[in-house]
Design a protein around this ligand. Structure first.
Ligand code: GLC
Length: 802
């Protein structure tokens, strides 16, 4: 028995890297200052460089036992050059202190410890628990995935007694990551459940929150990485990687929203997808032949269910060859997309990274051409790397080669010529059926800006570069249209190129409940456009689960029902009229709310603050929200508390301080408390913040079906009778919004002796939406008041409501 426990203890210690055995960086012997950075020279020849990028953004880069290399490249970073902010340096015999308008970074010389404080309050934000360290003696080598590829590097921070941790991208875990640890190694993990780790994506960025004050850390290192938020020891929160540099960015809040804005500046802002991407989407592995696709769309139309997009999964291809159509199943792809376009439906096709490689096959242009150009990945000995994926033996493109990215992007002409509206990148971890862990790929070399590095460094960025090739290709092929790309795997920065979905979930209640912390965490990690297979991907669902799943997904940016090939059919009507009628109600509500959703999506593009939010993002000073992961908000104004369990028709809902309106009944509540609400199957408890003005559009079967000649505004007054809101509009398809072709209108309303006065602000931007009316109505005392209309002339004015 004792031996058994010893073995268990040994196994767990092997899994959890003991960073206390690592070699600490040497003490500081010399300090060198440049215009924007301070380089610390250490006794052991190590170097640490602190670069002041902005008053609230400091980069920390260390090289152990050597100088910091001049080569400095990351696929994640969008903005490399930052204008030097105001800062100064103060040296004492014990320490070096950098001060900006917002941050104070103090470095103790011996031992070398970095500490971040708020420059105004001197409050400690984050401090090293031990010096940055590295595996000088190979002590962790035996537990490394590829010991030959690098040296383990780590940084360790003091763990606050009441510190909460958020972000880290796509993790099958709770919202608050305190007392958990994670690995980043993009992995194909069908049927993952709570705590499966790693899964598909790597976003090595987290936010710490203590006493309402937040900081952020982005550890920009693409090697297999580890984050431990006080799991292995209550002393520390540490992060490390099996190679590469100690290289992290420190963000000062104090607000999380501000950190997300800076993170977006650094790694790129999400570009607006076409507006139809917010429409309802339907998928199946796989709809074929073409007549079945038409049938799906015609069912949608017949049943008065809105639909914008239908997906073609792998069976549309000729033997799973990307950039081909199966001639029998889809004899006339252009004819099909034209026909569906007339019904307002777009087609998105899957494009996996595996290019089929059949010995002696001649004439498959994607393989022949890529081989001739030498764009495919090879092993160190020069052999082609041949993974096995859906097509069988295949090859992968080396997307680190700029010419290969261009070539791959250009190949998408095949799709755009056939009227395909968007591209779905899957299996891009990259998945390899020969060995899913990646061991079979260790000696695969990528060009990597001339570094010719191996899989250990390139696995986690493979999907980012594939999505980039796709996005840039679509941009070149159709410069007047916004690209629409969706990906499964990712690395930080992916928001510049792609939307995402959370892969192969189960059709279970547990998987449904995970949607909320996963979507909110992705939003706190710079990825705003997220969603999950509605109804779940694997297994046999049921009508109740499907309805409850729509009650979460109908407000997620990406709203798509998708199902595995051998799973039970789950289009909205498959379980009968009772369920279908409820689903219709939610899909229609989504379309009515499109003006609100699009306004919130544009905010995510501009500010980095996601639409699908945990409550703590809006109520950062309210500790009741810090680990609330069965409720969420859309923007500032809608609060949802869906049912996530079978046979449940009532639940508790936490409402933060302020006035709240039950969306369905209009009943008013005073927040700062828990309430208990009824939630029969047709009700997803939903509340509107008092103080909001929610824009609503006309009933549509698809985006752009008819002009929005009347936009409604529902006013929900706060305790003082005031409310405000915005409406963002543009053409919804072209990139012209980037050069000012949008229209932003602000609204505010106040209670007066005579009723309500609404002030319409002067429209900003050059986009002209055409003639139309605004229709205002006040929600009060459980009902919506009589509406008053005003012709929109783009000018600032006031409207009186009774
Ligand atoms: C993967 C995807 C899934 C898709 C299937 C076939 O499992 O995650 O969405 O349907 O491959 O392409």
């Amino acid at each position: 028995m004792k031996r058994f426990f010893l073995i268990i203890a040994f196994l767990t210690s092997v899994n959890a890297q003991d960073i206390t055995t690592l070699e600490p960086i040497g003490t500081v012997v010399r300090v060198e200052k440049t215009e924007q950075s301070v380089t610390l020279h250490c006794r052991d020849n190590s170097q640490v460089r602190l670069t002041i990028l902005a008053p609230d953004l400091i980069r920390v880069r260390a090289a152990f036992g050597k100088s910091i290399p001049t080569k400095d490249h990351s696929w994640a970073i969008a903005k490399e050059n930052w204008p030097a902010p105001r800062w100064n340096l103060n040296e004492t015999p014990d320490s070096i202190t950098i001060t900006t308008d917002e941050l104070e970074v103090a470095v103790r010389r011996s031992p070398l410890l970095v500490e971040f404080r708020d420059a105004r309050t001197h409050q400690l934000l984050n401090a090293d628990e031990r010096p940055m360290s590295y595996d000088a003696h190979g002590r962790l080598a035996s537990m490394m995935f590829d010991p030959k590829a690098g040296t383990f590097v780590a940084a360790s921070k003091k763990l606050g007694f009441d510190e909460h941790f958020y972000g880290l991208g796509e993790k099958a875990a709770r919202l608050d990551k305190r007392r958990s640890s994670f690995v980043n190694w993009n992995s194909d993990t069908p049927g993952y459940t709570d705590k499966t780790d790693p899964i598909y994506q790597t976003i090595p960025f987290y936010i710490g929150l203590q006493r309402g004050i937040a900081y952020g850390i982005f550890f920009d290192n693409s090697y297999r990485s580890y984050f431990d938020f006080g799991k292995s020891s209550q002393q520390r929160a540490w992060f490390g990687a099996e190679g590469g540099e100690m290289n992290y960015y420190f963000f000062h809040g104090p607000s999380i929203k501000k950190i997300l804005g800076r993170y977006a500046d650094l790694t790129g802002h999400m570009q607006l997808p076409p507006l139809w991407a917010l429409g309802n989407q339907q998928s199946r592995w796989s709809y074929y032949p073409d007549t079945m696709v038409e049938e799906v769309v015609s069912e949608y139309r017949k049943r008065d269910l809105p639909l914008d997009v239908v997906y073609l999964d792998i069976d549309y291809m000729n033997g799973y060859r990307v950039f081909t159509f199966d001639k029998t199943r889809f004899p006339d792809p252009k004819g099909l997309t034209d026909k569906l376009a007339r019904q307002g439906v777009k087609v998105v096709t899957i494009v996996d990274p595996g290019v089929k490689h059949q010995p002696n096959e001649k004439g498959y242009h994607a393989f022949d051409d890529g081989l001739e150009k030498n764009f495919f990945q090879r092993r160190r000995n020069g052999d082609l790397f041949v993974p096995r994926v859906w097509p069988g033996d295949s090859v992968f493109v080396d997307f680190t080669l700029p010419d290969a990215r261009r070539w791959w992007g250009d190949l998408h002409r095949f799709y755009t010529d056939n009227g395909i509206a968007g591209i779905w990148n899957d299996m891009n971890e990259p998945s390899d059926f020969v060995d899913q862990t990646g061991k079979n790929q260790l000696d695969v070399v990528s060009y990597d800006e001339g570094e010719k590095s191996t899989h250990a460094k390139n696995r986690n960025t493979f999907a980012l570069l594939m999505a980039r090739a796709t996005y840039e290709g679509l941009e070149r092929l159709q410069p007047d249209r916004r690209p629409y790309v969706i990906t499964r795997a990712a690395y930080a920065g992916i928001q510049r190129y792609s939307t995402m979905w959370t892969g192969d979930t189960n059709s279970t209640w547990e998987a449904l409940a995970l949607n909320i912390p996963m979507f909110t965490s992705l939003g706190l990690s710079g990825e705003p456009f997220v969603g999950s297979d509605i109804g779940g991907f694997i297994g046999r669902g049921n009508g109740e689960l499907l309805v409850r799943s729509y009650q979460v997904g109908f407000l997620a940016p990406f709203c798509r029902n998708h199902k595995q090939i051998d799973g039970y059919d789950q289009e909205p009507w498959r379980f009968g009229k009772y369920y279908e009628d409820i689903i219709r109600k939610y899909l229609k509500l989504r379309y009515a709310l499109l003006p609100f959703l699009y306004t919130t999506l544009e905010e995510a593009h501009r500010t980095g603050v996601p639409l699908f939010r945990p409550l703590l993002l809006n109520y950062q000073n309210d500790p009741n929200t810090y680990n609330l992961d069965d409720q969420f908000m859309i923007g500032d104004d809608l609060l949802l508390a869906p049912i996530l369990k079978p046979d449940v028709t009532r639940r508790l809902v936490y409402l933060p301080a302020g006035v709240w309106y039950d969306y369905w009944t209009g009943k008013q509540y005073t927040g700062g408390t828990m309430i208990s609400v009824d939630a029969p199957l047709d009700v997803a408890p939903m509340f509107v913040r008092g103080g909001a003005i929610i824009p609503v559009g006309p009933m549509l079967n698809y985006v752009g079906e008819k002009p929005s000649d009347t936009i409604g505004f529902v006013i929900y007054p706060d305790e003082a009778g005031a409310a405000s809101g915005d409406l963002y509009e543009d053409d919804g398809v072209s990139p012209a919004y980037k050069s000012g072709a949008f229209r932003r209108t602000s609204f505010s309303s106040r209670r007066t002796a005579r009723g309500f006065t609404v002030s319409i602000g002067a429209a900003q931007g050059t986009y002209n939406p055409g003639p139309r009316k605004f229709n205002f109505a006040v929600k009060a005392a459980g009902r919506t008041g009589r509406g008053v209309s005003a012709v929109d002339n783009g000018k600032s004015r006031e409207v009186q409501l009774k």
